[in-house]
Design a protein around this ligand. Structure first.
Ligand code: SAH
Length: 223
């Protein structure tokens, strides 16, 4: 097509984001208005590496530094919706990666704490979140299988990497009434999403949600 100004080579990210929310989320089974609004707001293109920016709104995970991946938009929305967050909630994320899911969480909850074991990624996430002015997120470099006890308890805990079992430290840091979502499985690459609800002081209810494939959770209470 004729395009002397080269306009069509500049992708319209806002339009693509809107389409992603409609086609990949709302038309599937994501109905939580807060989740749809947050996914419609956060620029995923800012969290992927330059060569992948054009694919930022594709229905797929994408590579990020340190051999890790930014999850498929649908999975991010699905996991966050499963937490059923309220605006006053405090959330812990394990596996900050690019910082994208933390950014989405920060548009829904009051405060977000996220831990990342790769220093390079912790820096990557911190820079991007700061650049977008998402000031209610704190990023820490370290082993997230131990959680972040200084800010516990959390009404929501989301683990973005797959482990053999839910770490006891994370259960302990879950507020009564709170929910934790994590990929759990015997294989390092294939898991089921598990939701743990802390119903009473000593009672935790566990549900198996959908099959997923996450990178491994590596640490003291992981692989
Ligand atoms: N939420 C991220 C996706 C992260 S992929 C995003 O939106 O981009 C999973 C991440 O978990 C990887 O970055 C990996 O380095 C990290 N990870 C694995 N084990 C970890 C651990 N024990 N503590 C903290 N981060 C961990």
């Amino acid at each position: 097509m004729d395009d002397p100004a080269g306009q069509s080579t500049v992708p319209d990210y806002a339009a693509r984001r809107e389409q992603m929310v409609r086609n990949q989320l709302a038309e599937r089974d994501i109905h939580d208005p807060a989740v749809l609004a947050a996914m419609g707001q956060v620029p995923r293109e800012a969290f992927v590496l330059q060569p992948y920016r054009a694919y930022a709104y594709d229905d797929t995970p994408l590579p990020i530094p340190a051999n890790q991946t930014i999850s498929q938009p649908y999975i991010v929305a699905y996991m966050i919706a499963a937490l059923a967050l309220r605006p006053e909630d405090k959330v812990l994320e394990i596996g900050a990666g690019s910082g994208y899911a933390a950014a989405v969480l920060s548009r829904i909850a009051r405060e977000v704490f996220t831990v990342e074991r790769h220093r390079k990624l912790a820096d990557f996430a911190r820079e991007r979140l700061a650049g977008l002015g998402y000031v209610n997120v704190q990023v820490r470099h370290g082993d997230g299988t131990r959680g972040w006890p200084e800010h516990a308890p959390y009404e929501g805990i989301i683990v973005a990497a797959g482990g053999p079992a839910v770490p006891a430290s994370l259960r302990d840091q879950l507020a009564v009434g709170g929910r934790l979502v994590m990929p759990v499985g015997r294989s390092r690459r294939q898991q089921h999403l598990i939701r743990v609800t802390h119903t009473e002081e000593t009672v935790y209810r566990e549900e198996m949600l959908v099959p997923v494939a996450f990178v491994p959770l590596i640490g003291d209470e992981g692989w």
